[in-house]
Design a binder for this molecule. Structure first.
Ligand SMILES: Nc1ncnc2c1ncn2[C@@H]1O[C@H](COP(=O)(O)OP(=O)(O)OP(=O)(O)O)[C@@H](O)[C@H]1O
Ligand SMILES: [Mg+2]
Length: 287
């Protein structure tokens, strides 16, 4: 990753960002696939210039919520607002110019090169009168450099490793140059260093250019490190929602994940870290 890596945000800054104005919001949304709701009445706010991280157990509805927020699914009840306007009233191309979704586990068409895949991120900016331009080429090269995939540009996406491929998808979403990015598990398959580099890059994008990010992930300590605003979901509802230090507690981890964990504090940043407790450790401690 070539992006400068800024210092961690001041705690107050994270709290302020966590309470900033909402760019994308949902009120009382319910929805799913066919019969029965997967998302069962969720209020959600993605704050301007902030990294909002969404965590929750497998199958609790995180990806479904992102689909509802990006209009891939229509809510059965409630509404999604993009800068105060109902999402359903905004033309599709205009939505794609302002909001990008990286779905979970995307599959690239066979034989596509990395540069061709990343270039697809520019499609929402094209029209009959506005075809490929120098601006598009610049955005594609910049996105590939940011995601660290320039060296693979001419290679086929389906011939890369899982982590390399994941970074190509991230480059594609960055090339879209939207103000709002919804990323469903962008760090899955990445080694720890690359996860951190990527999250630093995404945080810089939010903090330096005021873009609004929503990221789903399972690595709780990475989430606690990078979230300005943390949302915890279980069984289709939001259980806890707020600045990391308020939300990342043993009580909430037990409530949301049935996880028995101690919460420690990173002496350098003051951020919380969770250390899951093993049943055998508990038994030993009790002796
Ligand atoms: N396309 C689909 N059609 C029908 N049911 C679906 C579909 N996608 C998801 N579901 C169901 O919706 C529920 C929530 O799925 P969702 O993908 O939103 O969970 P998640 O929180 O993203 O889980 P994970 O952490 O495993 O990605 C699950 O019970 C799942 O079986
Ligand atoms: Mg998912």
């Amino acid at each position: 990753m070539s992006q400068d890596q800024g210092p961690p945000p001041e705690p107050d800054k994270a709290v302020a960002l966590s309470q900033g104005p909402a760019r994308l919001s949902a009120q009382g949304i319910r929805g799913g696939y066919g019969r029965g709701d997967v998302v069962k009445g969720v209020d959600f706010r993605a704050r301007e210039g902030a990294v909002t991280i969404l965590v929750g157990p497998n199958g609790c509805g995180k990806s479904t919520l992102l689909k509802l927020l990006s209009r891939l699914l229509q809510p059965r009840e409630g509404s999604v607002l993009l800068d105060g306007t109902p999402l359903r009233d905004i033309p599709t191309r205009r939505v794609a110019q302002r909001l990008a979704l990286l779905p979970q586990g995307p599959v690239a068409p066979e034989g596509l090169t990395v540069r061709e895949l990343v270039a697809q991120g520019r499609f929402p900016h094209h029209s009959l009168v506005r075809q490929w331009s120098r601006d598009d080429a610049r955005a594609v090269e910049a996105a590939m450099a940011s995601a660290g995939v320039t060296e693979f540009a001419a290679q086929r996406v389906d011939e890369l490793s899982g982590g390399q491929r994941q970074r190509c998808w991230i480059a594609m979403v960055l090339a879209q140059e939207t103000e709002i990015l919804l990323l469903d598990e962008p760090t899955t398959f990445l080694d720890l260093k690359v996860q951190f580099d990527l999250m630093q890059l995404l945080r810089d994008i939010a903090h330096r250019s005021g873009r609004t990010l929503v990221v789903v992930m399972h690595e709780l300590n990475v989430a606690a490190t990078f979230a300005d605003h943390l949302v915890m979901m279980r069984d289709g509802v939001v259980v806890a929602d707020g600045p990391v230090r308020e939300v990342f507690t043993s009580g909430n981890l037990a409530r949301v994940f049935d996880l028995d964990a101690n919460i420690l504090t990173d002496p350098e940043t003051g951020r919380p870290i969770c250390v899951p407790r093993l049943a055998t450790d508990r038994a030993l401690a009790a002796e």
